[in-house]
Design a protein around this ligand. Structure first.
Ligand SMILES: [Zn+2]
Length: 249
């Protein structure tokens, strides 16, 4: 995931979890720097031969990085910062958001590299997500205008993210259903429409059987074949290879 989404998510998590009086000085910078640390540390580790999304994105490094950040914020964060445990939990959530956002893309994460080859990718989000950016910009504008407290703004920011995330997860499931039906040529009705946020991915739903649904040519009396209808609705996407490679973005 690109850094605007990483830093904004990390920022909102940090602000939502720690009360203003317990935050380290320049708290926003702490949260944002931690939220992208797996990526900038990767610049170093790949120099020593690490792979993309290897050690720095592994599950065993996650609590360790959170501890280093928490200790640093205790040491240099100024007077009255939260306890080490609370800061650790916050940085754990902030760095966790990085891993979660990365695994939502199609490029794989290596969970215990180099000790294991286990890896995974969900492929529900593109690299850039304009709709989230626009929603967050609106949130910041409202925040300026209404002077919302930072904890509340942060919670709304996270809620926006969760809504987008759920829409994408649903879109993925439905598109998969559609592709499976098309490949298996079942007699289910396939109803689709482009998602508003990612037009090349389609919502799909199958319910009634084809005869209920396929239109009849008014002149010849023939039923229009489902292939014709589908090809009219879809650009020629090679669904099989599309799904085997987890889509784009
Ligand atoms: Zn990353």
């Amino acid at each position: 995931m690109e850094w605007i989404t990483h830093t904004a998510t990390g920022f909102f998590i940090g602000q939502a979890m720690v009360k203003p009086e317990e935050r380290p000085r320049r708290a926003g910078i702490w949260w944002m720097a931690a939220s992208v640390c797996p990526d900038w540390l990767e610049v170093l580790t790949t120099w020593f031969g690490d792979i993309h999304r290897g050690v720095t994105h592994s599950l065993y490094m996650w609590p360790i990085l959170a501890l280093i950040w928490a200790a640093a914020a205790r040491r240099w964060g100024g007077q009255g910062v939260a306890s080490l445990q609370k800061l650790w939990l916050t940085f754990f959530a902030v760095i966790g958001s990085h891993l979660l956002l990365d695994i939502m893309m199609s490029y794989r994460l290596y969970f215990a590299w180099p000790f294991s080859n286990a890896n995974g990718a969900w492929g529900i989000m593109p690299f850039y997500d304009l709709y989230i950016f626009v929603a967050w910009l609106l949130l910041l504008a409202i925040n300026r205008w209404r002077k919302w407290p930072s904890v509340m703004t942060a919670k709304v920011g996270l809620a926006i993210f969760l809504v987008m995330f759920s829409l994408r997860a649903m879109g993925k499931v439905r598109t998969k259903d559609l592709a499976e039906n098309m490949i298996a040529s079942t007699t289910e009705q396939i109803e689709t429409r482009p998602t508003y946020y990612q037009p090349w991915i389609l919502y799909a739903r199958s319910s009634r059987t084809l005869p209920d649904w396929t239109p009849i040519n008014a002149i010849t009396g023939d039923r229009v074949s489902p292939d014709q209808i589908i090809s009219r609705w879809f650009p020629p996407i090679r669904w099989r290879s599309f799904f085997h490679h987890g889509g784009r973005g």
